[in-house]
Design a protein around this ligand. Sequence first.
Ligand code: F6R
Length: 591
Amino acid sequence: MCGIVGHLGKFNALDAVLNGLEHLEYRGYDSAGIAYAVENQIFISKEKGRVSELKKIIKASSSTLAIGHTRWATHGEVNRVNAHPHSSQCERFVLVHNGIIENYQRLKQIYLENYIFKSQTDTEVIVNLIAFFSQDLSVEEAIRKTMSLLEGSYACLILDTQQADKIFFIKDKSPLLLGISSLGVSFASDITGLIGFAEEFMPLEDKTFGIATTDSLEIYDIIGLKKETKFKKISVKMEDIDKRAYDHFMLKEIHEQPMMIRKIIDHYFTKEEVRIPERLLHTIRQSDKINFVACGSSMYASYFAKYFFEKLCSIPSEVFCASELVYSTPFITKRPFFIFFSQSGETADCIAVMKKFKKQGYPILTITNTIESSMVRLSDYALELCAGKEIAVASTKAYTAMIVVSAILARAVHHAKTNLKNNLKAVSLAMERVLENKEVCMRIAKELVLDRDAFFIGRGIDYWTALEASLKLKEIAYIHTEAYSSGELKHGPIALITKGTPVIAIITQEGTNRVTRSNLTETASRGARTYVIASKSLAIPEDDVIIPNVAHYLSGIISAMVCQLIAYYAAVYRGNDVDKPKNLAKSVTVE
Ligand code: F6R
């Protein structure tokens, strides 16, 4: 949450930072701001709203040094004053920050009692602490002293108006990447913020402190020892983050799924064999329970993983919501294995759980779309989703990729000679058919436009898809939705069904077809407007969306895609900002 970008070098830093901020907007888009140097003087511009609003108010046309921020509000309402950059009371220091300082109130009381704060943010404490300590210490020492007091997470870029040719940087827990090219030095919260201005990058480690000028780069570790720099080539290209002819990234990402499945097959299969390190497979085989940990859509994908591991590998498995697991102590078996699912690889709730169980020495695998991420660095093993960059805030292709990769992993653990590869190819083709017939999804979406509430129902696999479908419609169409196991309706929620309430049933499993249909009829008898999404072999002519048959355990991928399209079009017809829904951010880096 929140994105920071910095640039210093021969290129116009204003362009580099504004461009980077636009690419990082998915991390937060409440307000944006920039500090830049012109002839050794620092200027600050900030504005409520998007980077496009910020661009309108910047007076200068070029600068050799700039730092910028795009905000997802945590402390203080969304307004210009709370937008970053923040400056110290004496106006000497200017700073952008991604993260949360948990002890900022205490630090204020101890050190900054006589300071007048302009904003409600935790960030203003950091910049004022640096100013406070710099009265007696060098700037470097003042920053280090401040770092030693901060509790929480931070990635900060700091300017000193008295030496306006330097960017100071500090990092702990929040991500910060350093990029270089012949044009200069860049900083960004993730790789997309570097594209176009850096050719190589390195992720900075926790408790790093550094100083960059046009001709020097110094990085120090926690005890002040100089660190070696180790850069890697940036492989993400501009076209990977381009919307192309699609109206929204979400629509593009929905359409990318058939091809993505083929890419995952190419990545993980050599002929019929699965290519996954034997050491990882061996460790999983030795475990007596698999604990899946994730949040949101990634958690809903984990239910499929649990199913695959229990059915195929006979390893007991459980799905945990990361934000709950941080503060609870469930029964842990003798040889547990932890699998984390995360699109971003930066989800704070997951990281907190990971650290908790890492301390106890339990083996950890992260399955993620972002192989250069904090979660991967903390894990013993990592597997890539190969979904390609997901920009829309609402997850689509990363979610389905999680189901696919977990099926492949379970097959490899089991040593099974299943037909998975061909079944996945069939899924890819079936997804293309769904896209060709998306008018029916548009029709349902149109009918939902004026609804305030909706229900998704299903059982087993179809219930897990209902959970994801409900989340999608909520987060982008802002329709209040509930996902229920269809059998649970009669135990309470059916009281909410009134004339015209939309109830969407997902039916892809033979064993539950009949009962789910009965449960749907029970809602129709109470006035519900019912819809059915059903696999071809189970469908009746009156069903609304008839999806191609695929292997029953993979059918959730197809029905989820139908629900993604319904949510997408419902959001479009409601006039919502589909890619950047209100109050949300793509990387949830706060607990
Ligand atoms: C919903 C969505 C979120 C994420 C959740 C976890 O569309 O994208 O629910 O799934 O915030 O994020 P990651 O997967 O990055 O850990």
